[in-house]
Design a protein around this ligand. Structure first.
Ligand SMILES: Nc1ncnc2c1ncn2[C@@H]1O[C@H](COP(=O)(O)OP(=O)(O)OP(=O)(O)O)[C@@H](O)[C@H]1O
Ligand SMILES: [Mn+2]
Length: 497
């Protein structure tokens, strides 16, 4: 019994409940699906059911273990896999977005000031020179590099999410720009988050007669996209967390935004609603309502202010027409990709394969709204793509949208490391739906209801299969002598870029 408590066995016992369950058949299945590493541990865990908190408690009571609980072990194994811990190029000063510079003016002070790579600085905000005194959002900003928004094991990610989910909100104002209502929330330590409210029931499928550009954004899509992006090994979505906010205490009472404050009202059934000001869907008919005051929202960590880190917005070459009647060139020209490949920045470096990574993310969640993407200007063309604005994903689970995969089909080009991770996620021991379900179970809103229904999770596995088949066709085509060069972009031999 005491042995089970050693750190070696703890992770297993925490997240491998099937092995501890009374059903032998279930235990077998779990072993088959488990990694080699996990197999030995299952027995140890089963020797002492009930010693490890919640899961043990479930087993003791003979309750069925929730599927998301058993997925946590898979998720852990996935993130420990070498494909999620590829060596990175050494990080030089040019590869870091922001850095700390000792404060020059003050004499005898040990405080430091945040400055960007450019000459601007955070308006006089100061922190102690020790990084342990940095608020989590600042540590997160500091960790942004040329290659990714955060490291696989960066503790500031969990810390900043925890903060956004639990700390007091001191201000809420509307974020100007964009088409739908968004708020910028501020926290006592100067942290900020972008809020998107729940506008429809989580399981409402997007109406078939709606065009992609008319769909309402989904707060759970923003949350799920962050988890999915991290599970795909990209780390290009800013951390997003769910929260139940009190629309009176945490928005209306504290907002300094008069225009926003004016739009609050009580609905006929007594719920508190507001609609704000924006170019679409900001009217009484499209109000966002609490129950009666509690509203589900997504909170995305704000990226560094544009004055510190400018971003460049790129129009997607495979942008949709945003018209009911017009078709875009890529929909009619079979050689569209060859022309894109000749144009900067798609003609060099990793831009084309980074774009394909984004296409796969979008196909999996069925996001048709990726009209633009952004990069940090400091890093020029040689950098990752930010996957912002994922609110139009996860609208339909019963239908897949093949046109989202058009770039991959037309170009037949993909990072080898991405391919290998996708294969991994198609295996039972790392099954995409299982790890996404488990990952989402950690979000605070999971206790209200699962953030993605089982139908959406099943769609992920189905779509992953289609992605793998598409790449399979590409490989076959090329091996049959088709033109176009290698399918895989080799990022495994050297450093993972
Ligand atoms: N986490 C973030 N931190 C800072 N800025 C962000 C963040 N997420 C998004 N933005 C910026 O805010 C803008 C609007 O956000 P978003 O695209 O999600 O809203 P939207 O209403 O869907 O806009 P649009 O209708 O133009 O697509 C984005 O173009 C982006 O530049
Ligand atoms: Mn949008």
């Amino acid at each position: 019994m005491t042995k089970v408590h050693t750190s070696n066995h703890l992770p297993c016992a925490l997240s491998k409940p099937a092995g501890a369950s009374p059903g032998a058949a279930q235990e077998d299945a779990s072993n088959k699906e488990g990694s080699n590493e996990g197999k030995g541990r299952v027995l140890t865990a089963s020797a002492s059911p009930g010693v490890h908190g919640r899961i043990g408690h479930n087993v003791d009571n003979g309750n069925r273990v929730e599927p998301w609980e058993s997925g946590l072990e898979k998720l852990k194994a996935l993130f420990e896999h070498p494909l999620y811990n590829l060596p990175r190029p050494p990080i030089s000063e040019e590869d870091v977005l922001l850095k700390v510079k000792p404060k020059v003016k003050a004499v005898g002070e040990s405080s430091q000031m945040w400055i960007s790579a450019s000459r601007e600085d955070y308006e006089g905000e100061q922190w102690n020179s020790s990084s342990s005194t940095h608020p989590p959002w600042l540590s997160f900003h500091l960790g942004i590099s040329r290659w990714q928004l955060y490291g696989q094991r960066d503790p500031s990610v969990e810390a900043v999410m925890q903060q956004l989910a639990t700390e007091r909100i001191v201000s809420a104002v509307q974020k100007p720009g964009g088409t739908q209502l968004k708020l910028v929330m501020s926290y006592p330590n100067y942290g900020q988050a972008m809020l998107k409210p729940m506008k429809q029931e989580r399981d409402d499928e997007t109406n078939y007669n709606l065009y992609y550009f008319s769909d309402l954004e989904r707060h759970n899509a923003e949350i799920a996209a962050f988890h999915l992006d991290r599970i795909l090994g990209y780390r290009r979505v800013p951390p997003v967390v769910g929260r139940l906010v009190d629309v009176i205490k945490e928005i209306k009472d504290i907002t300094t935004d008069r225009k926003l404050a004016k739009t609050f009202f009580t609905s006929p059934v007594g719920n508190v609603c507001f609609y704000g000001q924006c170019s679409y869907y900001c009217s009484t008919e499209h109000a966002v309502c609490g129950r009666p005051k509690k509203l589900e929202v997504s909170l995305a960590v704000m990226l560094p202010d544009l004055s510190l880190a400018t971003r460049r917005s790129w129009r997607s070459p495979w942008r949709r027409s945003y018209s009911r009647s017009k078709k875009a060139n890529w929909e009619t020209d079979p050689n569209y990709c060859s022309s894109v490949k000749q144009i900067a920045p798609y003609n060099k470096g990793t831009r084309l394969v980074d774009f394909m990574d984004m296409v796969i993310l979008d196909y999996l969640m069925s996001n048709m709204d990726r009209h633009h993407y952004e990069t940090f200007e400091k890093f020029g063309n040689n950098t990752f793509l930010l996957h912002l604005d994922n609110g139009r994903g996860f609208g339909r689970h019963s239908k897949d949208e093949p046109s989202i995969l058009a770039p991959l089909k037309q170009c037949c080009r993909l990072r080898r490391s991405t391919w290998l991770r996708l294969v991994l996620l198609s295996l039972p021991q790392y099954r995409l739906s299982d790890v996404v379900r488990a990952s989402l179970s950690r979000d605070p809103l999971h206790k209200v209801a699962p953030l993605l229904s089982e139908l959406h999770l099943a769609a992920l596995d189905r779509r992953l299969k289609t992605v793998l088949e598409t790449v399979g066709h590409c490989r076959k085509q090329r091996s049959d002598g088709g033109a176009g060069g290698e399918v895989f972009f080799d990022d495994m031999d050297t450093f993972s870029r």
